[in-house]
Design a protein around this ligand. Structure first.
Ligand SMILES: C[S@@+](CC[C@H](N)C(=O)[O-])C[C@H]1O[C@@H](n2cnc3c(N)ncnc32)[C@H](O)[C@@H]1O
Length: 369
């Protein structure tokens, strides 16, 4: 049984030195997979394949509504190909596990909307003084929608979105620009440059969360704010309906083990990294909001079910894309095996009897004057 989370432990003092990146080179040994509780591919492939049934859109709870998501084209550069999907080119020591092809970019657009719903439509929770916000940085911007929406809301503010891959649209408000930057390297902007630094959903890409917040502190203006949204690397249920050995439970384990192997953790919430990193860097007035994000539309509360629906849509838009990298690199599975596993994840995510959720933590802190 996978039960509710315990509060994260209190922070340890940081060691200071950057964690050495450990790129995935060979899959985890069978012994390591067994020790982590990872079921072999045959566990899924030897069962009857679940029907590719209709996605549960919670029409009974929510009524129906249309997706407003636009499809964005991605640029073609020197991308790496892993098992038929493309990934970013060489940049610093970046090792992103998310594809950068149009299908995944659409999923990232949906993720933006899903994230917005979790915070009641707010782009940020930090108490920004609107008139004072001149320059804003959005690290690992993905498909760039947060930067674009922020620029629309703050037309006199200069917004810079960064990523390791140029998947952002080119038709953007005049006050937005996108740059290629590896967030794990020393940041290139001058000290005291930004009024607000946004870092959303960076699970599995950061080699050293303390260094990340040290960089943010340096480039943040005194009095400016940093905000970070990150999730638990585990899925839970209050009532034991999310079982050990389920596909969703396995999905969590493989991300956690893959993240360990890559030297880029997924357990951002469990390790309390946002608070520890901000505190160690010198940010003050640190606050956070922990949000339970339902897996699917099972929640009796309409608003929570809608939050779950959008998250499910963002995942379903490219389940294979989320699975492709780690299931191959960490476990050595073929794309066909990963696809069968994806079918089970989708089935469980649509099962109203599985009351799963994960934690999204939004944390914010201020650089002292
Ligand atoms: C889940 S997406 C982020 C989504 C976006 N922040 C949002 O909230 O909508 C993660 C992004 O991190 C980017 N990324 C991966 N490694 C990175 C690195 N080392 N530096 C900067 N961006 C990175 C990926 O290319 C991907 O676009």
């Amino acid at each position: 049984m996978v039960t509710s989370p315990k509060s994260p432990k209190s922070p340890q003092s940081p060691k200071g030195e950057a964690a050495a990146p450990a790129p995935v080179s060979a899959p985890l040994s069978v012994e390591a997979q067994n020790a982590a509780g990872i079921l072999p591919a045959s566990h899924w492939t030897e069962q009857a394949l679940p029907e590719e049934g209709p996605s549960n859109d919670g029409a009974s709870t929510l009524g129906s509504f249309m997706s407003t998501t636009a499809s964005l084209a991605s640029s073609i550069y020197q991308y790496r190909t892993v098992q038929g999907r493309t990934y970013h080119g060489e940049l610093g020591n970046a090792e992103s596990w998310e594809p950068n092809d149009p299908r995944h970019v659409e999923a990232l657009d949906l993720l933006h909307h899903a994230l917005m719903l979790q915070t009641d439509g707010k782009l940020y929770l930090a108490p920004l003084e609107k008139k004072k916000v001149q320059k804003v940085l959005d690290i690992a911007t993905g498909s760039g929608l947060w930067s674009i929406d922020f620029a629309d809301e703050f037309p006199n503010t200069e917004v810079i979105g960064t990523d390791v891959t140029p998947i952002q649209p080119s038709w953007v408000p005049p006050n937005v620009q996108f740059e290629l930057e590896d967030c794990n390297q020393e940041w290139t902007w001058a000290a005291n440059t930004f009024d607000f630094i946004n870092m959303r959903f960076m699970n599995g890409i950061v080699t050293d969360w303390y260094a990340l917040f040290r960089n943010a502190y340096r480039v943040c203006k005194p009095g400016g704010w940093v905000e970070s949204s990150g999730t638990s690397g585990r899925f839970f249920s209050h009532d034991g309906t999310l079982k050990e050995g389920s596909a969703i439970d396995q999905w969590g384990i493989v991300f956690r083990e893959g993240g360990k192997k890559l030297g880029r953790t997924f357990t951002v919430y469990e390790e309390d990294l946002q608070r520890k990193g901000m505190e160690a860097a010198g940010f003050v007035d640190i606050q956070f909001r922990d949000i339970e994000v339902p897996l699917g539309v099972w929640h009796p509360d309409k608003k929570a079910a809608e939050r779950g629906l959008w998250w499910k849509m963002a995942v379903e838009a490219d389940i294979e894309g989320y699975i492709n990298y780690f299931w191959n690199a960490a476990l050595g599975w073929t794309p066909e095996e990963a696809k069968v596993f994806a079918r089970y994840v989708k089935k469980e995510w649509n099962d109203p009897n599985i009351h799963g959720y994960f934690i999204l933590r939004v944390a914010w802190g201020r650089r002292p004057e």
